[in-house]
Design a protein around this ligand. Structure first.
Ligand code: GLC
Length: 424
């Protein structure tokens, strides 16, 4: 039987549907975002499987010839968003941004396909499989400067954890003297206290301008760009996505791809220790230029379980970190450990809870035999939605919603995961 929250979640997805793709929320984010769409497809799959596949088919319609799936696709012009298509100036049809976002798509495709019986002849599988393979190859070609199977990002927006303090040191080195003037739009939609500061925003724009000035040459950007950081989140997500894609490759009888993916998986498994920070007891993002570890424990650190990495000792340390989080947070899983420099329970990715990351962490914990932790995260997420509604993110202290309301991926996470006591 459908509950009232089920109905509300379905209504949000329908309201944010712009015909073949869903906006993350009305106003603040009026276009199609990459990883949002992947998660949103999981929500649609709960009541309209056809629409779920369409969401990601529309997303890959914006894939570049070099394999990159962009972070935003600007299907229809909307003056309420900055930086819009003319600022990015990528010259693509449909217009897109010039950077990517977390590679969670293959994992979603696998889940949709298995939910429908895992038939290798599924009519919508092959095209998406090929799109994911091309995107994973793009990461390998352009975003693995150390050759260790991890993911370097060239803009903090690529991580999806836009203003996490993991990027602060690298951002501080970005020259903003040539940025010029521009008009932000985000702070016209939500409280400025919940959004990045003006100085932070200048740096985001400066990095964008570097990419644009290079003609969006991904080689130049990767080799000489002003921001080059290995993101623990995307490194874990890509490893997981490679494992999921491998299952599909095998079902499709693509032996060459299975072998290629096996090699990548082994490389990433061995390479992940480059991110291990023993003092923090966690995997942490690390700067490629300086070699410095952020030393920060974020929700992304716990994706190690989802990626299937870590020795028994490393996993124990991570679980201890999770337990530490509960001493200051009423609700799990905060995006940054309280007490860390820059922690702020309501500022975007510097504390608030984001259910899409919680979902992946919970999957990983359950698979690793820590069902009690997975269930704690799910139950807390249920309380947040029941208390505050379908917000973009939530305070781990008060449970209040932050950022935009009627948020598509929060609604999708309710339908695909949070409402299901005992696991997704
Ligand atoms: C913000 C988030 C990012 C998300 C986007 C659209 O930029 O940080 O992860 O994809 O909003 O919801």
């Amino acid at each position: 039987m459908r509950s009232d929250l089920d109905d509300q979640a379905i209504a949000i997805l329908k309201r944010n549907d712009r015909g073949g793709y869903t906006v993350p929320t009305h106003g603040l984010y009026p276009y199609q975002w990459n990883w949002d769409s992947a998660f949103v497809a999981l929500g649609f799959a709960e009541f309209d499987t056809d629409r779920a596949w369409t969401e990601i088919e529309t997303l890959v319609s914006g894939q570049w010839d070099d394999g990159m799936i962009p972070h935003i696709i600007f299907h229809k012009q909307d003056p309420g968003y900055f930086p819009g298509p003319s600022v990015w100036g990528t010259g693509k049809t449909p217009p897109t941004s010039g950077i990517t976002q977390p590679p969670v798509l293959a994992s979603v495709v696998r889940r949709l396909w298995e939910a429908e019986g895992a038939d290798p002849a599924h009519p919508r599988l092959r095209r998406l499989y090929e799109a994911c393979l091309a995107s994973h190859r793009w990461f390998h070609r352009f975003r693995d400067p150390l050759g260790n199977g991890l993911v370097m990002v060239t803009h903090n927006w690529e991580t999806g954890r836009d203003n996490s303090s993991e990027w602060d040191d690298a951002l501080a080195r970005v020259d903003t003297s040539g940025v010029g003037t521009y008009q932000r739009r985000d702070t016209g939609h939500v409280d400025a206290a919940m959004r990045p500061t003006a100085a932070e925003y200048d740096r985001y724009v400066a990095i964008l301008q570097f990419g644009r000035n290079s003609g969006w040459n991904h080689r130049t950007i990767a080799d000489t760009g002003p921001f080059r950081v290995v993101d623990v989140g995307m490194s874990m997500e890509l490893l997981r996505a490679n494992r999921d894609l491998r299952v599909i490759a095998e079902a499709l009888g693509d032996a060459a791809a299975v072998q290629e993916l096996d090699e990548r998986i082994a490389l990433s498994e061995a390479g992940m220790d480059w991110l291990w920070n023993d003092a923090a007891g966690a995997y942490c993002s690390r700067d490629v230029t300086t070699g410095e570890s952020s030393g920060l424990v974020t929700n992304a650190s716990f994706l190690a379980f989802y990626a299937g990495v870590g020795s028994a000792a490393q996993r124990d340390r991570l679980l201890a970190g999770l337990a530490r989080m509960t001493t200051s947070a009423t609700y799990l899983l905060p995006s940054l450990e309280a007490g860390s420099r820059a922690y702020d329970h309501q500022r975007y990715w510097r504390g608030p809870i984001w259910l899409v990351v919680s979902y992946m962490v919970a999957i990983g914990l359950a698979e690793a035999g820590h069902g009690d932790w997975a269930e704690r995260i799910r139950a807390d997420s249920a309380q947040l939605i029941a208390k505050s509604g379908f917000y973009e993110s939530f305070s781990p202290e008060t449970g209040a919603g932050s950022g935009g309301n009627d948020f598509s991926w929060t609604a999708a996470m309710w339908l695909a995961w949070v409402r299901k006591a005992g696991g997704a």
